[in-house]
Design a protein around this ligand. Sequence first.
Ligand SMILES: NC(=O)c1ccc[n+]([C@@H]2O[C@H](COP(=O)([O-])OP(=O)(O)OC[C@H]3O[C@@H](n4cnc5c(N)ncnc54)[C@H](OP(=O)(O)O)[C@@H]3O)[C@@H](O)[C@H]2O)c1
Length: 342
Amino acid sequence: MEEKSSTICVTGGAGYLGASLVKKLLQKGHTVRATLRNLDDHSKVGLLKSFPKANTNLRLFKADIYNPDEFDPTIQGCDFVFHVATPLQHSTQSSQYKNTTEAAVAALESIMRSCIRSGTVKRLIYTGTVVAASPLKEEEDGSGFKDSIDESCWTPLNLPIQYYGSQFFKDYVYSKTMSEKEVLKYTHRENNKVEVVSLCCGLVGGDTILSYIPASLSCLMSQPLNGPISYQNLESLQGILGKVPVIHINDVCEAHVFCMEQSSLQGRFFCASDFLTTKEIADYFCRHHPEIPIAEEFVGKHGSAVRWGSTKLNDLGFKYSYDAKLILEDSVQCLRRMGAFK
Ligand SMILES: NC(=O)c1ccc[n+]([C@@H]2O[C@H](COP(=O)([O-])OP(=O)(O)OC[C@H]3O[C@@H](n4cnc5c(N)ncnc54)[C@H](OP(=O)(O)O)[C@@H]3O)[C@@H](O)[C@H]2O)c1
């Protein structure tokens, strides 16, 4: 296990996962270089600079995926790189890339080149998502899930649009699937001294240190929040994965750090502590929070019989601290604190 203080790059350091990860790394005594697109964004910069030890151990860098070489100065001299940032909306000003997938893949290629050239980066840890690992069969005819979902699954990219519910979700799934395939190619490259880990996270909730409700927490809580668009995304997740894998923000950060602290690690790892249907999520709120009514159209669906087949992270010794009940309960408390429930 690596225990010394390291210099670590976190791309997308001001986002939901990124900010919590930066805070955790600082807490552990590391030096952090975080990227964001706009260093004049006072609310994002202010949050990062408010973290304990930020004044001495945190430096902020500007970098945009649409200008991939901008990540290079941040990466040179680092021991580890967490690539957390992802383009969620296509920048229409870009003539170089047609869509978010092209931009994300080009950024990964550039970031990997920087890691290799640095001569110091030991490992790149990519924040992937389970949406890139659908257990739907390749020869999809509308009814075919495999028996279980694990790290051998890859989302077939020929699914009809109705599986995604929206063009936004389809673009996200494409971009994350293609990016993860790109990054994992480097695990097979000869003479590549940079190890590559992809951590495919489930839907993240539980809490936030941001001043607004992040999109994934809105999605997880779309039923009690009565949010039609987020709820459509939640059902689409279940539509392509069979059920919804969930993970607490604190466990996500711990898992990222765990992957960094291993003396050697490569490959693809799922990161979710529970796998439940949208009906089970709604049932939890009905049973434990009858004061938060759920409208008829958000009561959820039964999902499929797909089993969670991944044990790779647990086999390495990682232990989740939050099961579904704790994730949902913390999410309720967090949204209550943020004034989302009357
Ligand atoms: N939350 C989840 O449930 C979940 C689950 C699985 C995987 N993930 C993955 O976790 C990562 C972070 O997601 P999140 O939930 O924390 O989302 P988020 O809060 O929306 O953060 C997205 C991050 O990406 C950055 N970003 C967006 N477009 C960019 C661009 N063109 N160039 C550079 N940076 C850009 C943003 O940076 P700015 O601050 O500059 O805007 C922000 O830091 C993503 O890779 C996502 O796929 C999330």
